[in-house]
Write a protein that binds this ligand. Structure first.
Ligand SMILES: NC(=O)c1ccc[n+]([C@@H]2O[C@H](COP(=O)([O-])OP(=O)(O)OC[C@H]3O[C@@H](n4cnc5c(N)ncnc54)[C@H](O)[C@@H]3O)[C@@H](O)[C@H]2O)c1
Ligand SMILES: N[C@H](CO)Cc1c[nH]c[nH+]1
Ligand SMILES: [Zn+2]
Length: 437
């Protein structure tokens, strides 16, 4: 099996259009997914647990007599943790500790006490920060199991002070991943249901007889999960659209081509719809990476997923220079951007849009996926132009606080009444005027 990754040259007159085509999902595929997700959401909203059980049978091949049978209790979670080998447990603990330290630092940086200030007349204005009451975390599980995603979702929620974290994770053919369950125990998840896809998102968003409705749903998933989150937004909060994984490598042509080929594989192996792109000013280097891709493919267990992903959604782009590479990187706004160059900071300074930036040859994206500390739940499909990594801030909300003194009511009352009359809103005006002396 060999891979032909499409090659592009930024000097080609149609390059902008070619790039747009590379970045777009097949529109028809997207619409078909959205239509089927809409049906599933409506059905779960109407029929609750019964519909979730049916879809779980259809998509995950798990037949359960009741939704309770799909809940994994606290004891089973603790047992999974206890049964890990010492080496694996230590690795999980190290990752969890590093993720916690990073998010505690983030919480300290963004603040959780709000603020207030007092004006000369005694009026107090400010903002109160409150953790969300109950959140749903989606942990993907269709093609691979993601213990690391349990940590990345649950730890910032608990650091923020969320009372109740409800996790959903599909278990295709009923196969439970012990490391996923152990990670749930380690990160303090409160309840776990083995359901996935749009039906799990619907159950969390609308609530069923068994699954409590949450305030917000966070976490990554495949295109069905992403479409479902998009549709339930408004009924519940969502963090972002974190769909099929993406990696963009900007390289100056001096990193070992085998390293870069493997970095491209690392995201391609997630999903047929994952996207891996390499940009470099050196055409010979792109050829060397293409050769390495085909040489190393033979050793990859997930060959078929990698091949489909790289063939359909992969790209190699020859650019004039590194400045142009950064411009294109900003247009792509990838989930992960590796800047594999000498002095990477000078190029990072030119990047405005990326979910996470990995600077220098030793910062492989995979370290961020598991244990470096920053969150691996990141915006995909160019939404890094306006979205941020999952963080403590996603599990907090803010309320404005106003305590107007009698003196303040005099000054503000006149201003408010004048503007209210201007808007034709009598009650607003009088409500302010009643408090004037
Ligand atoms: N952006 C991030 O932070 C991040 C992190 C980890 C993983 N990921 C991505 O998460 C995704 C995980 O995908 P996955 O498939 O392994 O697991 P998943 O849990 O996201 O999806 C599995 C579910 O998809 C549903 N499904 C599958 N085929 C369907 C169909 N034809 N119709 C309706 N529903 C269907 C099923 O309900 C199934 O339970 C990958 O794309 C990976 O790249 C992203
Ligand atoms: N790369 C994924 C985010 O796109 C996260 C992950 C988990 N495990 C391996 N990788
Ligand atoms: Zn990954």
């Amino acid at each position: 099996m060999s891979i032909q990754i499409r090659k592009f040259d930024s000097t080609h007159p149609d390059f902008k259009q070619q790039l747009a085509d590379v970045l777009a999902f097949e529109a028809s595929e997207d619409e078909a997914i959205d239509r089927s997700v809409q049906r599933i959401l409506e059905d779960v909203k109407k029929r609750g647990d019964v519909a979730v059980l049916e879809y779980t049978k259809q998509f995950d091949h798990v037949e359960a007599g009741s939704m309770q049978a799909l809940e994994i209790g606290g004891e089973a979670l603790q047992a999974a943790l206890a049964q890990l080998s010492p080496v694996r447990r230590a690795a999980l603990q190290t990752a969890a500790d590093r993720v916690r330290v990073y998010h505690e630092r983030q919480k300290a940086e963004i603040g959780s006490n709000g603020f207030s200030y007092t004006e000369a007349d005694g009026t107090i204005l400010g903002q109160k920060v409150t953790p969300l009451d109950r959140v749903g975390i989606y942990v993907p599980g269709g093609k691979a199991a993601y213990p690391s995603s349990v940590l990345m979702n649950a730890i910032p929620a608990k650091v923020a002070g969320v009372q109740e974290v409800i996790m959903v994770v599909p278990t295709p053919n009923g196969v439970k991943n012990e490391l996923v369950l152990a990670a749930a125990a380690m990160s303090g998840v409160d309840r776990v249901f083995t359901i996935g896809g749009a039906q799990a998102v619907a159950a969390l968003a609308y609530g069923t007889a068994t699954i409590p409705q949450v305030d917000k749903i966070v976490g990554p998933g495949n295109a069905y999960v992403a479409a479902a989150k998009r549709r339930v937004f408004g009924t519940v909060g969502i963090d972002m659209i974190a769909g099929p994984s993406e990696i963009l490598v900007v390289c100056d042509g001096t990193t070992d081509p085998d390293w870069i080929a493997m970095d491209l594989f690392s995201q391609a192996e997630h999903d047929e719809l994952a996207q891996s792109i390499l940009i470099c000013p050196d055409a010979a280097y792109l050829d060397a990476v293409a050769e390495s891709v085909n040489r190393q493919l033979a050793d990859m267990p997930r060959k078929e997923v990698i091949t489909t992903s790289l063939t359909n959604r992969g790209a190699m782009i020859k650019v004039r220079d590194m400045d142009e590479a950064c411009e294109i990187a900003n247009m792509i706004a990838a989930e992960h951007l590796e800047i594999s160059t000498e002095n990477p900071q000078q190029w990072a300074d030119k990047i405005r849009h990326a979910g996470a930036m990995f600077l220098g040859r030793f910062s492989s994206e995979s370290l961020g996926d598991y244990c470096a500390g920053p969150n691996h739940v990141l915006p995909t499909s160019r939404t890094a132009r306006f979205s941020s990594p999952l963080g403590v801030y996603d599990f907090q909300k803010r309320s404005s606080m106003l305590q107007v003194s009698q003196g303040g009511a005099q000054t503000l009352g006149k201003v408010a009444a004048e503007l209210a009359y201007g808007e034709g809103l009598q009650a607003h005006a009088r409500s302010a005027e009643y408090r004037l002396k």
